[in-house]
Design a protein around this ligand. Sequence first.
Ligand code: 6CS
Length: 338
Amino acid sequence: MLSKLTWLKLFSTFLTAGLMLNQVSADNWKYVMEEGLTDPQGLFATKFKEEIEANSDHTIEIYPVGSLGESADAMEQTQAGLLQFIDQSPGFTGALIPEAEAFLVPYVQPTDPQEVRTYFKEGKAVNEMFHEIYREHGLELLAIFPEGEQVVTTKEPFRTPEELAGMKIRTMTSPLLLKTYEAFGASPIALPWGELIGALKTNMVDGQENPTIWIEAYGLDDLAPVLTYTGHAQYTTAVMANSDFYDGLSDEDKQLIQNAADSALDYILDLVVEMDEIGLNKIRETNPDVVINRLTDEEKAVFIERAKVVEEAFIEKAGERGKAILDQMKADLGAAKG
Ligand code: 6CS
């Protein structure tokens, strides 16, 4: 028979071991993004955090736009393992991973909301072709999602490349965006997000491209009130983990992360469609100077023709693998249109 004291000692040893185990397995993970908490990246991140925290002892700390520098700084910190998760868009990641610029090639994505959902949820290119490529750069890809159609906002209207001529258009820093706007007839300038508002105010640039939700949220329509829907791309973004961090996790934690990313993806795919509409309605209601132009199919055809050189430039840089992605994107576009 064990004495009362021995039982107590045993109990205390088990309790301490249990507490230690709990401490070891409860981690705080850092998640950086390019947007605020009420923007699409923030809503995805919040849902991801809720799922992780509801199903484990781990916690997530979210770092919104600007808190850890510009997009390029955040990526350096994630690759160095200082941060565990990052949301960064191909508009910036393309400077690091040429194949990611596939999302910037004009006219290989749908614009109809239902088709967009199918393309991102079921498309082979989005879901199967980027994982290995991002791994080569130390990143475990968790989700890719759209934030709405890219809209060009300018101070003067345009419907043709000739009318775009001479306009200085700000792009994100992936080089293919410069090629795109050169092909479209404009004079592009690549700038990080933090410099755009100032550049519009001082006329350093005459316009920029972004999805409707973002234009409304950051008042870009006040600075360049002509919104042109060219139909050339979705604003796409991607959520990743540092791959060394990810590889060091237990199978259980890997599954936890994959489940949280899947839930957040389903949630955001529906939400961005609603947000796009809400954003446009708010702009209409609050900005009396706004002009909204949607290019006709005939007008688009001129830009589609000009986009061929962008495709060639992409393939030249991203090689055979890039070409395979682009071919698959076109097949996925056809399938989404059904
Ligand atoms: O234009 C940009 O730089 C920003 N656009 C969006 C929609 N998200 C973040 C990004 O930095």
